[in-house]
Ligand binder design. Sequence first.
Ligand SMILES: [Zn+2]
Length: 208
Amino acid sequence: MEIVRGVYLLESTKGSYSYLVMGEEPVLIDTGMPGRHDKIANELLKLGMTFEDIAHILLTHHDVDHIGNAKYIQSHSHAKVWAAKEDAPVILGEQNRHGLKRVIAALVRADTPKVDAVYQPGEKIGSLEVIETPGHTPGHVSVLYQGTLFAGDLVTSRKGKLRPSPGFLTWDNKQLRQSIAKVGSFSFDWVCPAHGEPVQRGSLWELL
Ligand SMILES: [Zn+2]
C-alpha cells in the first residue's frame, strides 16, 4: 500500500510493519516477523521488484519482530544491513536482550543477519536521515524521509491515535519520552510506526 509517493507499507508484514522507500535507491526499513520472506517477495514482485533491487536495510532496533527476515533478504540480495552500535551486539547474538524480551527472543527465533554498517550521529543514507531515538532499546533509531517519519517502536498507533510504545516492553521509559520530544522538533506530516497503521502527525507531540 502506497502511503505517500514512493513510500510503501508492506502489508505482508502486518503485526510488525516493514516499509519500502523508493528514494535514490530502494530502502527497506525493518523486515518484519520471522518467516515472512516469501510473502514479502510476492509483495515486492507486484511492485515489479525482487530482493536484489533493495540497496539498504535499515534496522530501527534489535527486536526479533524487526530483524525477522533481515538474514534471508541479505543473503538473497546485495543489500547493506544497518543497525545502531548499541543494538548490534544483540542483533548478532553476542549480548542478551533485557527483561521480557529475553523470553520473547527464546520463543520467537530470528536468524542473525550480518551488520554491514553502524549508524553515525546525524547519518544520511541517500535521502534518508537517521535520528537517534533511544528508549525502547538503547540504540533505537527513527528514520526521516521527506515528510514521513518511520518511527519503529518509538510510538504505536491505534484507531488513528499515536501513543508512546508500551512501558513494559521499553528499556528506558524516561529516554523514550525524551526521544518522542526530540523527534517533535523535526518537520514531517506522516508517522509510520511498526505497530499500527500510518497516521498523520496528530497531537502526541503537543501533549508532551
Ligand atoms: Zn516491535
